[in-house]
Ligand binder design. Structure first.
Ligand code: PLP
Length: 460
């Protein structure tokens, strides 16, 4: 009877959700037809548990954020302790709290180059939006208010607010909303596998970078404020820039005097096997965006990290910084983020991401690298993208409407493994505590899923 009761409660919750809960990036009519959403209830390590006893190996770490793994009691304790001491106080004007102060210092010390000033937000979108306002403030303070144009890239994802959506290089996110806003341009992404043509990665990386220079020339340098980019574009299938790309981009930004924003919302805090992807690529940006891995998703918190050069012009000239959120620097979120960083350091999780990442890539390449549906396996650290193709030689795709990647991801889910389908690629970015045995389970599920869907395609 106990289990019947539990089933009834779940059904009530599913109905409540179906009728009232608006989900992010979801086809709500399909959700209705499919009887509503899966109810996630618990997490342990790399495992997500829902609907009572369904155990799924979460090779996505939520949305690429639960880096220290699920179910960490010490994180819950840090939240409880901080909440009992001081559940809330703001950081407007001359007030702070111990956790916000300590976390700001900690981020500044870890961040590359002169990124020494930390503004707290609640999401990556808000952090980017905050940075974009500081970009405008910077150029006004420099006496160049015409510099307002922001250059972003095709395939980019920077958030879901009006301006950050405008920066996204994903047209379906624009269409329903009459976006992008004016003042945004997109340039080519460094997508060698798809756009490299006859060029080798090195030559193509330089060519893709030069599209930034061309765009600046077209717009007029005196109109351009900043270039925003993810060091590795994750949301669109882990687009890996050739090694020649970033040095060229950094040089162009310097030559043209435009600000560089490195959006490390996914890549920050160890995902690539480096503390920040900028460390690998030798980027010293004027701004860095952090979210997800800052608290491993245990609390909503994000950070806009600002360089000395920008801070001097915008924050240290007198006059108020007219921007902020009620919950910026929230004491509980900051305490949890500090505990998260303690765990990452104490358990050597950045080094572990590098080590287990090498294991993941090697096993993926061995098991599926030659599969007829697999065009390319790419990535760095515990971040992998698998591009699916119709024909390996011509690199052509099946039509997107066929939903090939979703079918493969669903088949993997039936095997008990969560991976993510995005466009023509699958993404894998598991928690850093994933074990080799769990990686074997992920790879085996992918092999089975690819075989199943390939079989169906062959059968017509
Ligand atoms: N920037 C990047 C690179 C992201 O991947 C994301 C989210 O996936 C964001 C920004 C937006 O972060 P949030 O969803 O916390 O607003």
């Amino acid at each position: 009877a106990g289990s019947d009761d539990a089933q009834m409660v779940r059904q009530q919750l599913r109905d409540a959700d179906r009728l009232h809960h608006v989900h992010s990036f979801t086809d709500h009519s399909a959700l209705q037809q499919n009887g509503g959403a899966f109810i996630a209830e618990r997490g342990e390590g790399s495992m997500l548990v829902g609907e009572g006893n369904i155990r799924l190996l979460d090779a996505m770490a939520g949305l690429g954020c639960v880096n220290v793994g699920y179910g960490r009691k010490e994180m819950a304790q840090a939240a409880a302790d901080a909440m009992q001491d001081l559940a809330y106080y703001h950081s407007f004007q001359a007030t702070t709290n111990p956790h916000a102060a300590a976390l700001a210092e900690r981020i500044a010390k870890a961040a590359p180059g002169a990124l020494n000033h930390v503004f707290f937000a609640n999401s990556g979108s808000e952090a980017n939006e905050s940075i974009l306002k500081l970009v405008r403030a910077y150029w006004r303070a420099k006496g160049q208010p015409n510099r307002q144009h922001i250059i972003a890239r095709d395939y980019a994802y920077h958030g879901s607010t009006l301006f950050t959506t405008s920066l996204n290089g994903l047209p379906p996110m624009h269409e329903a909303f009459g976006l992008p806003l004016s003042g945004v341009s997109h340039i080519e992404a460094p997508y060698w596998y798809r756009q490299g043509g006859d060029l080798d990665p090195e030559a193509y990386g330089k060519k893709a970078a030069r599209s930034l220079k061309d765009k600046i020339t077209e717009l007029g340098a005196d109109q351009v404020a900043a270039f925003i980019a993810e060091p590795i574009q994750v949301t669109s299938g882990v687009i890996m820039p050739p090694e020649s790309y970033w040095p060229e981009i950094v040089a162009i930004c310097k030559q043209e005097g435009i600000l560089l924003i490195a959006d490390e919302v996914v890549t920050g805090f160890g995902r690539t096997g480096h503390w920040f992807a900028q460390n690998h690529y030798g980027i010293e940006a004027d701004f860095m965006t952090l979210a997800k891995g800052l608290s491993s998703g245990y609390m909503p918190i994000a950070a806009a990290v600002i360089s000395d050069k920008v801070a001097e012009m915008t924050l240290q000239q007198g006059g108020a910084f007219q921007h902020g959120f009620t919950t910026s620097g929230h004491p509980v979120a900051c305490a949890v983020a500090l505990k998260n960083l303690d765990i990452i350091v104490q358990e050597g999780l950045v080094e572990r991401a590098a080590k287990m990442g090498a294991v993941l890539h090697s096993k993926l390449n061995t098991a599926i690298g030659d599969h007829p549906l697999v065009g390319e396996v790419r990535g760095m650290g515990l971040l992998a993208g698998i591009e699916l193709v119709r024909d390996r030689k011509s690199r052509s795709h099946y039509p997107l409407e066929l939903g090939l990647c979703s079918h493969v991801a669903n088949a993997a889910l039936m095997q008990g493994v969560i991976v993510r389908a995005t466009g023509n690629s699958l993404v894998i970015c598991p928690p850093f505590i994933i074990t080799e045995a769990e990686i074997d389970v992920v790879v085996a599920a992918l092999v089975a899923a690819l075989e199943q869907i390939y079989g169906q395609l062959q059968a017509g």
